[in-house]
Design a protein around this ligand. Structure first.
Ligand code: TEU
Length: 581
């Protein structure tokens, strides 16, 4: 009987792949124009951000997303870049940037640059050369087309900032494509020299020491060949080009190429998040699957357009079940393989407390409730400047209060071209206008809210006397203290950072309920996202061993079992004991 060699010892279980840092991180978005002015010109700048870094470290922020600070004619708030390797004098100098980056790293934080490469500014040297002649070597760095018939654009696509997506260039008699403003011509990503130049620029910033990128409308870079007409849109001279330039045929190929050319061996330390309007959860799973070698996460728009009727200018009341079904689908679809970004606000969105909460009597409770719900999902939460103190929408009384090109173009199109009623148009613009998220940061109750010593580029919200960092910093019942506690909870419990996430009670129009689980630990989050009391369906709920960890009311039920109803905007986090606790 031959002695069979001893069975090989079973291979030790594969060490769990190191959890990327950004899965436990909380991000903070800064819109530099409106964050902190340091040189008294009424516009925020890099030295202003540097002066506020200790505040962000105190809040518990792990990574900062910096909206564009590159030289720009500022036609679209800096999202029209005329030089990718410098800083606009409005915001400072490259040395100011180096000092800021060093100071961020000294405090153990990271910084993401905002890369805007679906388009450039029409003042970028690449475009200046490209439009200089049909035989210019950079002509095909952009999308130029002759008019099929005189006076008619090459196709019927509408711009996202109103009007046609094509602009006639008188000098060469050809049209160029601009999905956003006329001042933002789209780069032709079919051209490998364009892609190589973009990757080289991104590596330049990585060599400077930045920790990753937020990629602006990055799923628009691949267009359907031939740029065919879109389905006509009723009541407009345009067709819907979105399906023809969104999540295009070579998107995954370009994402993988970018990953190879830019991220390569720095994958473990970098965070690459793509802004991807109209991406589906299924597509996002393909993009964020680490095995795909594309992006780490995306900003999706499904949940942030549940109150859009025809479009942003047709605001509808929130149906909570619709919001929950969307976020539940994203949680379930990306689950163990993909990874979600979590946000309510950014520089393109209104303030959540005004949009879906109550920015009057229940401003504090509803701001905290939306914070609790957001930060209790599985994914990386993004706090937009001012969200952590419960800033509200701006007072946009007249057209002059709207600074944003998207709003002003819409008004001009609706009123001047289509003859719509001016007041009715302004009324429909106010609730969801991007300007609502762009008012100066409210640091104190002083005039100009401590943002600047000079008249700010945009009016400070007069409620800064009551809503500001200084007053809230010492107040343990403030929205700020609540956000700080949410961030501390995520940092201290992998249950919250890494645990599975299941939404329940999807049809309930008041309650938002989440169940989290991680290696035997459990959490239950239940929030009443309405201004009226909510009875708990089929109470008592049995979640033995869970106790209250966080609430936005002083005297909430200590356990789920004791809960019978929730007060307006009441939001509770129950957790099991800490392992070994
Ligand atoms: O936004 C892309 C985008 O599609 C939207 O968020 C946009 O606000 C709007 O809803 C268009 O319909 C990114 C930037 O975040 C935004 O600030 C820029 O204006 C835009 O790209 C162009 O760069």
């Amino acid at each position: 009987m031959t002695d069979r060699p001893a069975a090989a010892a079973p291979a030790p279980p594969a060490a769990p792949a190191a959890v990327p840092w950004w899965k436990r991180a909380v991000a903070y978005q800064i819109y530099p124009r409106s964050f902190q002015d340091s040189n008294g010109d009424g516009v925020g700048d890099l030295r202003g951000i540097l002066a506020r870094l200790d505040y962000l470290a105190w809040l518990g922020v792990d990574v900062i997303w910096l909206s564009p600070v590159y030289p720009s004619p500022q036609a679209d708030g800096g999202y029209d870049v005329s030089d990718y390797r410098d800083i606009d004098p409005l915001f400072g100098t490259l040395d100011d940037f180096r000092d800021l980056l060093a100071a961020v790293h000294e405090r153990g934080m990271r910084l993401l640059m905002d890369i805007v490469v679906n388009h450039t500014s029409d003042e970028h040297p690449w475009f200046v050369e490209s439009r200089s002649g049909t035989d210019n070597p950079r002509r095909d760095w952009y999308h130029w087309r002759a008019a099929p018939t005189p006076g008619r654009p090459p196709n019927n696509w509408g711009s996202r900032f109103s009007g046609s997506a094509w602009q006639l260039d008188a000098a060469t008699g050809e049209y160029y494509l601009h999905l956003f403003a006329v001042q933002q011509p789209d780069l032709n990503w079919e051209n490998p020299r364009v892609r190589a130049a973009v990757y080289e620029m991104m590596r330049w910033w990585l060599d400077l020491g930045v920790d990753g990128f937020r990629l602006d409308v990055i799923n628009f870079i691949s267009k359907v060949p031939g740029l065919p007409d879109g389905e006509p849109i009723e009541g407009t001279p345009y067709g819907d080009g979105r399906p023809l330039y969104t999540n295009g045929p070579r998107m995954h190929e370009f994402f993988q190429e970018m990953h190879r050319e830019v991220v390569a061996d720095r994958d473990a330390v970098l965070l690459i998040v793509g802004e991807t309007p109209k991406i589906s959860a299924e597509q996002a799973l393909l993009v964020t699957d680490p095995a795909a070698g594309e992006l780490d996460m995306v900003f999706q728009f499904e949940h942030i357009t549940v109150d859009h009727g025809r479009d942003r200018w047709d605001p509808q009341p929130l149906r909570l079940s619709r919001l929950k079904r969307s976020l539940a689908h994203w949680q379930d679809t990306l689950a163990e393989t993909g990874w979600n970004s979590l946000y309510w606000e950014n520089h393109d969105q209104p303030r959540v407390v005004s949009r879906w909460g109550d920015d009057g009597a229940y401003r504090v409770a509803s701001a905290k409730a939306f914070g609790t719900v957001l930060h209790s999902h599985r994914g990386t939460p993004y706090v937009y400047q001012g969200q952590e103190i419960g800033m509200t929408n701006a007072e946009l009384a007249g057209l002059d209060d709207f600074t944003d090109i998207q709003s002003r173009n819409h008004y001009a199109d609706a009123v001047d071209r289509l003859g719509a009623d001016p007041d009715k148009t302004l009324r429909s613009m106010r609730p969801l206008a991007r300007d609502n998220g762009r008012t100066p940061m409210q640091w104190s109750a002083e005039p100009r809210a401590g943002f600047s010593d000079a008249p700010p580029w945009m009016a400070v919200n007069p409620n800064h006397r009551d809503v500001n960092v200084e007053d809230q910093r010492g107040d343990r019942d403030s929205v700020l203290a609540h956000y700080r506690e949410l961030i501390r909870l995520r940092h201290s419990r992998d249950l919250i950072a890494l645990g599975s996430c299941r939404l329940t009670h999807l049809d309930h129009e008041q309650l938002y309920v989440l169940e989290r689980a991680y290696r035997g630990e459990r959490a239950l989050v239940v929030a009443n996202l309405s201004g009226t009391p909510a009875e708990l369906p089929d109470a008592p709920w049995r979640h033995p061993g869970l106790t209250l960890a966080l609430s936005n009311y002083p005297d909430s039920a200590p356990t789920p079992g004791a809960l019978r109803s929730l007060r307006p905007w009441e939001a509770l986090v129950f957790v099991s004991a800490e392992p070994g606790g």
